[in-house]
Design a protein around this ligand. Structure first.
Ligand code: HEC
Length: 460
């Protein structure tokens, strides 16, 4: 391949124009510079997180930033650790996937090896403009999450947080967005909506706002009571799952007109299930995150539905098999399987495991035996658990088996193993503690309608 290209390029030298086009596309320039070649790659793929105030601890904006980190950037891109995108693009592709081409990787590599020259200053492209306060636009409503204080030198925290609200009337929302106050402290959030019937709950603001799930030995039900989630008569209100999710670099998913959306009852609360704060270094940190709401004109036409298989499966009939008990110093394979009672159109998928996860794969087997690929994560990364949105809805026919397979590594070779020496680790009633394990595959979908498979879900 390389040889042919060179020959074509050489022939093209007869015509300067043709040569330029050819050289631009695939070959690596003789001298790679920051302003001409490296900055364009960093600005389209990295600075969304690597900029002052971004999700990463260091910026890759100026020549100085990039020069200092040239070797590390070459390494993490060659190993495909950055930009973080654990899903294998050769298996399935998703909206917003961040992937470098082999040429980009080679450019970063050559630049690091050959002294990292700056290049002509006037060639530096403009840094993209990043929206402040929202990745989406101007919200109609903003609800503050109770500010949370993280003292210096503190460890990972997994919090269960209640964000109550009261509105003048039932309201329709197209999109609900979580915005971290301190971008490099908030690792991820998965939030549900607690929907109260107006007369059943006097005061949605009563109760605690935060329960630290890693510290407290509280069961999930005890935690719910402390947060004041039950109705006044002790019964439980309706919980709508996964209405608001956050991971650094991922923006809220806006579906095409008529798909998705939420009804926000007059009285409600967002329940942030595992607001995960990372380590603090030498400074105290105060986090003031908030939730942005973008209103919709009417009620959701085709509300998005969700099921999960594995730990705490939605139907109780798609458990983790054979079980999620992982002996020390072993590799364990598990799976979960669920047969669809109806045709569905899948919008997003979200694989979930904790620190012992090694790989994850999910697919559907149709009644005729054909396979529909859903997602493969060859190298599990606890820090990057996206809700992956398909570029077009994926139709999966009635009678298909949705199968998720996971591999866990409870040996010393797993650098993320929280126990040294390794200890027995198991699921613990859906405990969200990172040191217990989970195996879940969450699918959001619509009942199938003709033509769904042609509907693009790309963000406009
Ligand atoms: C979605 C956000 C995001 C994107 C996009 C991203 N990074 Fe990162 N990167 C991070 C986070 C978070 C870390 C972890 C360290 C931290 O918190 O600063 C990190 C760490 C790194 C590290 C340090 C690795 C280590 O082990 O110390 C390098 C180097 C790096 N990124 C380079 C890049 C490059 C080059 C790109 C683009 C090709 C990129 N990153 C894109 C979020 C991102």
């Amino acid at each position: 391949m390389k040889m042919t290209k060179r020959i074509v390029c050489a022939a093209g030298m007869l015509s300067v124009l043709l040569y330029a086009a050819c050289a631009d596309k695939d070959s690596i320039p003789a001298t790679v510079t920051f302003t001409e070649h490296v900055a364009p790659i960093l600005y389209s793929n990295c600075t969304i997180c690597h900029r002052p105030g971004g999700a990463a601890h260091f910026a890759l904006v100026t020549y100085e930033d990039a020069r200092k980190n040239a070797g590390a950037c070459a390494y993490v891109t060659r190993e495909r650790m950055m930009p973080p995108w654990p899903a294998d693009p050769g298996y399935t592709e998703f909206v917003g996937q961040r992937l470098l081409s082999q040429r980009d990787i080679n450019i970063l590599d050559k630049w690091a090896k050959e002294g990292s020259p700056e290049g002509p200053k006037d060639k530096l492209p403009k840094l993209p403009v990043y929206p402040a306060g929202s990745m989406v636009g101007t919200p109609d409503l903003r609800i503050a999450v109770q500010p949370y204080f993280l003292p210096k030198n503190s460890y990972d925290k997994f919090l269960l947080v209640k964000v109550p609200y009261e509105l003048p009337a039932d309201t329709f929302a197209a999109l609900i967005e979580f915005v971290p106050g301190n971008k490099n402290m908030v690792h991820h959030v998965n939030g549900d909506l607690v929907k109260y019937e107006f007369d059943k709950k006097k005061d949605v603001f009563a109760g605690e706002r935060v329960v630290n799930m890693a510290l407290d030995t509280a069961t999930i039900v005890q935690a719910y009571v402390r947060l004041g989630l039950p109705n006044d008569d002790g019964s439980y209100p309706v919980l709508q799952k996964s209405v608001v999710n956050f991971l650094p670099g991922a923006s809220g998913q806006k579906y095409p007109e008529g798909i998705g959306g939420y009804t926000l009852p007059r009285k409600g609360a967002f329940l942030l299930n595992d607001l995960h704060y990372g380590f603090t270094n030498k400074d105290d940190v105060m986090d003031s995150s908030y939730i942005n709401i973008f209103f919709a004109k009417g009620p959701p036409n085709r509300p998005v539905r969700e099921f999960q298989i594995g730990t705490l499966s939605s139907f109780g009939n798609a458990p983790v098999l054979p079980d999620l008990i992982i002996q020390p110093n072993t590799i364990k394979n598990v799976y979960s399987r669920y047969v669809l009672p109806d045709d569905i159109s899948i919008l997003t998928v979200n694989p979930h495991m904790h620190l012992l996860g090694k790989s994850f794969k999910a697919y559907a087997v149709q009644p005729n035996g054909d396979t529909i690929k859903l997602i493969s994560i060859p190298r599990w990364d606890f820090n990057w658990q996206y809700f992956y949105t398909f570029k077009k809805m994926v139709k999966v026919p009635k009678g298909s088996a949705i199968i998720a397979e996971g591999v866990y590594d409870n040996t010393r070779q797993n650098l993320n193993n929280p126990n040294s020496p390794p200890k027995l680790v198991r699921d613990n009633n859906g405990s969200m503690k990172a040191t217990d394990e989970m195996f879940q595959f969450i699918v959001t979908y619509l009942p199938y309608q003709a033509g769904d498979e042609n509907v693009s879900l790309e963000n406009k």
